[in-house]
Every structure is written in C-alpha cells, then in structure tokens.
Design a protein around this ligand. Sequence first.
Ligand SMILES: *Cc1c(COP(=O)(O)O)cnc(C)c1O
Length: 469
Amino acid sequence: MTASPVYVSTRGRAPALGFADTMLTGLARDGGLYVPAEVPRMPAAEIAALAGLPYEEVALRVIAPFVGDAFTETELAGAIERAYAGFGHRARAPLAQLDAGHFLLELFHGPTLAFKDFAMQLIGQLFELELRRRGERVTIVGATSGDTGSAAIEAFGGREAVDVFILFPEGRVSEVQRRQMTTPAAANVHALAIAGDFDAAQARVKDMFNDFAFRDSVRLAGVNSINWGRVLAQVVYYFHAAVALGAPHRKVSFTVPTGNFGDIFAGFIARQMGLPIERLVIATNRNDILHRCMETAAYTRQGVVPSTSPSMDIEVSSNFERALYWAHGKDPAVICGLMDDLGGSGGFRLSENAMAALRQVYDSGRSDEALTSETIARTFAETGELLCPHSAVGVAVASRHLQHDPATPMITLATAHPAKFPDAVQAATGIRPALPARMADLFDRPERVTPVPDDLAAIEALIRERTAA
Ligand SMILES: *Cc1c(COP(=O)(O)O)cnc(C)c1O
C-alpha cells in the first residue's frame, strides 16, 4: 500500500496527523475537524470493477487509499469482515425500489438498527487493533440524541483497551434507544443520563475535550460524527449503491436525511474521489438551518424544536464545517472567522462564491411534521415499505427533487429501522413495527444507568473514578 496520507485541521492550527492518530483523536486540538490534505482519486475503470462485489470487498478498495500503511491490507480486510459480520442482511446495505427512478438504500440492518453501525462497528475494530499495537488505553466519551450512543456501546462494549462513557439526555430518547444503551452487560460501557437536553450533553463533552489536563490524564478519544474514521466508513455505501445502478456509466443522485452533516459529507468525499454523483440533496426536518442556509446564504440559529425525527434535531451541524472548508478553497483562516461568528453572534453569512461552490454539489429541501407523517403513510400504501421518520424526511424531499430531474436515478438513504421509532410509524400507518427477532428480548433485559447532574466537575470525577486502574 501507499505511504500514509496526511490529515490537516479545517482551522489550520493543529498538527497534521496520519490516519491512525486522526482516528484516535477525534476532534483536533484547535477545535477544527481533520480532513485529508488530498482526496485520493479512483479511476472510472476501478469504479466499474466494483460492480457485483460483496460489500466488504468494496469497503476494502474504497477505504485502503485513505489508510495507507497505518494498517496492513490483511488487518484492514479482517477488521471490515468482523465489523459487518453481525448485520442482519447478507447484502449489508440493500437497495429497495420505491418508484420509477427512486431507490431506498436500507442502512438499518446493523446491530442497533441505524446507519451509525456502519461506521461505529468498523472503528471499534480499528481502535482495538491500533491500541493493542501501541499498548495504550483510551477513554471514549460521547454525547448522543440516541443513535450514536447505542451504536458506540454496541461497537466498543467488551473491547480491550477502551472505556466508553455515553451521555444521553434523561427522558428525551425513545425507549428502544435508551434500552440499547442501558442493557449491554459489558463492564467497560457506562450509560450516563444527564439532567439536561442534548445541547447540554454535547456542551459537557466539548468542555471535557477543552480541559486539556483532564483530556490527557484519562486519554480522551472522541467517536462523535466528526471522527474522520466514521465519515470514511460511510463513503463505502455511496459506491456500493451507485455501481449497483450503473455508475460510473450512469450518474446518480442521493438524498440524505441530515443533522450533523456527517452522512452526506461522506457522499461529497465519494464524489471527490470520482464517483459520478449528479446531486447530493440535503433533507432536513422542521429544524431546517441547513436548508435555510442553502436558500439565503445565512446560517442563523433560531432554537431547536423537538420533532418525530430526533436524530436530526440539531442546529450546530458540526460536519458542515468540512463542506465550508472545501467551498472556501480550503482556506483555514476563513473557517476560523466563520466559526468565531457562530460562537459570537449565533450565525454567519456566506459569500456568493462560497454559495456557488456549495450549489454545484448540493441541493436542499425540508419536510415538516405533517409531510413526514403523510410520506410514511403514502409510501406504505404504495410500496409496502415502512419508513422511519428520518428516512421519510428524505423520501419526501427526494420525491420533490425527482420532479425536476426525473432522468437521474435517485437513491434516498434510509437511516434507521422503523421499529426504532414505533410511535411515529404507528401514528401514520396504524401499524406498530416489530423489532427484528435477534433483539426481541430488548424489553426484558435489565437496565444499568447512572444519573449525572449537568455539571462538568461531577462528570469528570465520575469518569476518573471509574477509569482508575
Ligand atoms: C444520526 C442520524 C441522522 C443524521 O445523520 P448526520 O450524519 O448527523 O447528518 C439521520 N437519521 C438517523 C436515524 C440518525 O441516527
């Protein structure tokens, strides 16, 4: 394999790192996000050769150039194999057809029934390989509105050399989400219910990363969606789905239900590698800051309102910083300025040039609560497919987009299994989706959870105590 590629921070003030350090670090020490200095290109002939290959083989060919010599090909292939072995579908990421030219990419067959498993299962394997090689231990801390936390606990539970602490907002996650975090028995995972909302949980995690004394003493590592390893794992299914529909000989578009912009940004990386993606469509729920920004060039916070698609109820869309970095010609000084404005006045305005660069790649749309519910009902009536509310936001926005561009096949990402959000699905269709048989006993398993106050010192003390050898 080639030498290890270099990763740089979007804010330009943190050291450049190789793949393994980038993955283990998570957030750069200057508050920025790591991106590859150069995105490797995949020639059309190599893309064409992916057609018909098993998911794991596609993953190996897409991921290897970003990893370089950080892992041997045998190590990487083994990690990929183990990461997806527990999925409940042989195809890993199967496509279903909804309508003429409209396809659904089902990303919910992993152990916690959301697309987060694709990335988390893989970095769980890669963390273990790398930490064993280094003889080191790390403490993973993350905040979750539900799906990231369960995916992290499932991926890192029982692994050597890591302790995992997940902060979730008490009383604000669905029962399935909570039980997926509180019922795993591994001693190295800790579900912490914080007395506060998701913003509070995320703010305390950021505080811990900015407390460098604490960060270094417990060797903090981050697996939130800004972790480059997670973005990279998600690039794979764009290739796998596009070649199934005729790429590189035919262009395709994708619609992605979006919150923190990690999933859709992986599509941008696929496009930069050479996958012929016509359009990446940002689909938001009623919390539409990204859609408003695409329409008006102003990124302005208005306050988050709860929705039936809680994993997209977000206003500080962390990975959007990576998109802005490319839209501004990879100039870290501009990014520092924009992020200062966001911290100071709660928003920023983008230049015409930056908007033109974004609009070359991305379109956007929003689906409010009524349209989302209607879409769940209509899709079920017309196709028999039960959509979770996040996926329904995507399908609603994609259907509108298809009217403008019916000639390009559209692939909408289905980000969670309907059984993860049974109340919204039942309200729309009258049908309560059942959990897959492999997790049917979820409601019978004992729960283990530690309540914590919204207080940095108290949370740090708890983590210190539980990680002391
Ligand atoms: C995390 C999540 C999203 C949003 O993904 P981002 O990468 O944050 O944009 C959408 N749907 C579901 C079900 C999720 O768990």
